[in-house]
Each structure stands twice: as structure tokens, then as C-alpha cells.
Design a protein around this ligand. Structure first.
Ligand SMILES: [Zn+2]
Length: 325
């Protein structure tokens, strides 16, 4: 089962989170792999999407916000768009659009930042958005301070956190066929302390020694450890000398889980709205109708009998269009 764990370091301005997506992540891969139009993700893309899904859960877990957190990469290479979307209850979905061939073992820049034009966007879309209200969006490039291409998603997101939130953050992300996982360590702003005249203000980026020590420990976490070890073991191995206080984990009923709003019924209604002639012409041409969900990759297959049923079922009559003058 997927799980999200939050913790703090007793008395220190540092907090952390670990996410492990298992069933939720496997469902994302299963839907894509079952889509005959796209096929499964190539391995490097799978890793990217898995890391994005894990990171998006961590970022959603990090904010108090009633709306979707959408992490997007707009690539200038074979991967045009990659998206992970996480709701406040940690239901999530993810997808990517590929055009053309991907080099075997492609790096992040070979996938999404060939000409250094790739972008990463983080959007907070409020649930009760007022008419005309725009969602909040922050955008960062996929290069570092010297315009060098970044080869890790974690570096891109650490930059984002620093630039837009002024928060020192360490992210360790990893994904394989079974697990998409992430560790986040973040320095909390300290308000009203250590600000006496003449005293060093430790609440400056990069200056808090406790944060720096814990950040170094977090960065020592290896990909294999993050993917294979349980959360208790990871926390013990990394922070055995620290006082880690843990919160009730999001597991079981509150765990991160896969969810997409698509369904066979919805796709059926969409086909019905095309009209019987259009549907018949697709069937005449291809023998069936295949519709893939843009948000999760799930493919819905309608053979001629299924398609005929769409137009003969009792609710098949389209609603009468109101006449607009
Ligand atoms: Zn879907």
C-alpha cells in the first residue's frame, strides 16, 4: 500500500516527509501499458513520471491548500508534456506525451530539455475558484544558475522551492516498476528568535547548522535504499542521532491513491455526442472505436456492438438543444 509519513526534528527548525507510492504508482503504469495507442512508458520516462508523482505528493503534503497541485514539465525534446496532479486528499494521476524516438537510457535533458527551453510549472488550482480567478502558477527553467542543464528533477524542484518559497529544501526521488518514492527535508522559517541586534540571524538561507547537518544526512540516501527499504528503516539509518518526532502516517484509508475522473460511461457519452454518423464512419474505417484518457492513459475500447448500444440505449437521445436567439 502507498503511504506518506511526516516528521519533525524535535526543537529544530526542520521538517521532513517520506512518500512511497506502490499500488497507486502501479495503477498509473498499468493504464499506460494497456493502451495500444501509446504502449508502456520507455524506462527513462517511467522514472521521470514516477519521480514527478512522488514529488507532487510531497509538495501537496507540504502546503495547506484546498485544491489540486499540478506539477508539469513542458519539454523541448521527445517528451512534450509530463504531468502529475495531486488532490488535497492525496488522490493522484499522472501522464506524459511522447513524440518521436527517445534515445535508450535518455537523461532528463535528452527527454525534456534538449535546447535548454524546457520548463517546469507548479500550479495550485483552488477547489472553489471564483469566476475569473486564476490559479497560482510558478515556473522555473530546467537549468541552474550558470544555465547548465539540470539532470535531476530533484534539483529543478529544489531551485523552485528556493526561488518561489525561499525555503531550503532537499529532495531525494526515485522510481522503478513497483515503487515511486521521495524524501523531502525542509528548513522551517524561524520567526521572532535569534534576531537580536548583533546576533547572527540563523534564519538565512544556508546558515542554519542543524538544517545543514540533516540535509547532508538526507542527501546520503541512495536510490536503492529509497526504493527498497521501509520508512522506519530509512529514518533510523539516516537520522539515528537525531530526535525525530513522527506524525500519524497517511496510510490505509488516507493513503495516497490513484484516481481519475474518466470512465467508460463518460467516454460513451462523448461518443454519443459525436453522433451516429461519425461513430459509424470510425467503425467502418477501423472496425472499432478506441478512446484514450488524456489524463491517465486508460484506453476504452468499443467494438461495433458496444458502439451500436450507445445509440440504442434508452437514454441515447441527445438532449434537445435550447434555441438561443
Ligand atoms: Zn483517466
Amino acid at each position: 500500500m502507498s503511504e506518506l509519513h511526516k516528521f519533525i526534528f524535535d526543537g529544530l527548525p526542520v521538517r521532513g516527509m517520506i512518500v512511497r507510492l506502490t499500488d497507486a504508482w502501479q495503477e498509473i503504469l498499468r493504464r499506460r501499458a494497456g493502451n495500444t495507442g501509446t504502449g508502456a512508458y520507455p524506462e527513462p520516462v517511467r522514472e521521470l513520471i514516477g519521480e514527478m508523482a512522488a514529488a507532487a505528493v510531497l509538495m501537496q503534503g507540504n502546503i495547506k491548500f484546498n485544491g489540486a497541485l499540478v506539477l508539469q514539465i513542458f519539454g523541448d525534446g521527445p517528451v512534450k508534456v509530463a504531468v502529475a496532479e495531486v488532490q488535497p486528499d492525496f488522490s493522484l494521476r499522472a501522464t506524459a506525451t511522447l513524440v518521436g524516438e527517445l534515445p535508450a537510457g535518455a537523461s532528463l535533458s535528452q527527454m525534456v530539455n534538449v535546447n535548454n527551453q524546457g520548463r517546469c510549472a507548479i500550479t495550485l488550482d483552488p477547489k472553489d475558484r471564483l469566476p475569473g480567478q486564476q490559479p497560482y502558477q510558478g515556473v522555473v527553467p530546467l537549468f541552474g544558475d550558470q544555465r547548465q542543464k539540470l539532470e535531476r528533477l530533484s534539483e529543478v524542484l529544489e531551485h523552485y522551492m528556493l526561488q518561489s518559497e525561499q525555503l531550503d529544501t532537499v529532495l531525494v526521488l526515485a522510481a522503478d516498476d513497483q515503487v515511486a518514492a521521495g524524501l523531502l527535508i525542509q528548513r522551517l522559517p524561524v520567526l521572532g528568535t535569534n534576531n537580536l541586534p548583533g546576533q547572527a540571524n540563523e534564519d538565512e538561507i544556508g546558515l542554519n547548522e542543524h538544517y545543514n547537518r540533516i540535509a547532508i544526512l538526507a542527501k546520503s540516501l541512495k536510490r536503492e535504499e529509497l526504493l527498497t527499504l521501509d520508512v522506519d528503516t530509512i529514518l533510523r539509518r539516516l537520522f539515528w542521532e537525531e530526535q525525530v518526532l513522527r506524525f500519524e502516517p497517511f496510510a490505509g484509508a488516507t493513503a495516497p491513491r490513484f484516481a481519475c475522473s474518466c470512465s467508460r460511461e463518460r467516454v460513451g457519452r462523448m461518443i454519443r455526442s459525436l453522433g451516429v454518423e461519425e461513430a459509424d464512419s470510425i467503425i467502418a474505417e477501423r472496425g472499432h472505436i478506441e478512446v484514450g484518457c488524456d489524463f491517465c492513459g486508460q484506453q476504452y475500447h468499443f467494438d461495433p456492438v458496444d458502439a451500436a448500444q450507445i445509440f440504442t440505449s434508452p437514454d441515447a437521445q441527445p438532449p434537445v438543444e435550447p434555441i438561443v436567439h
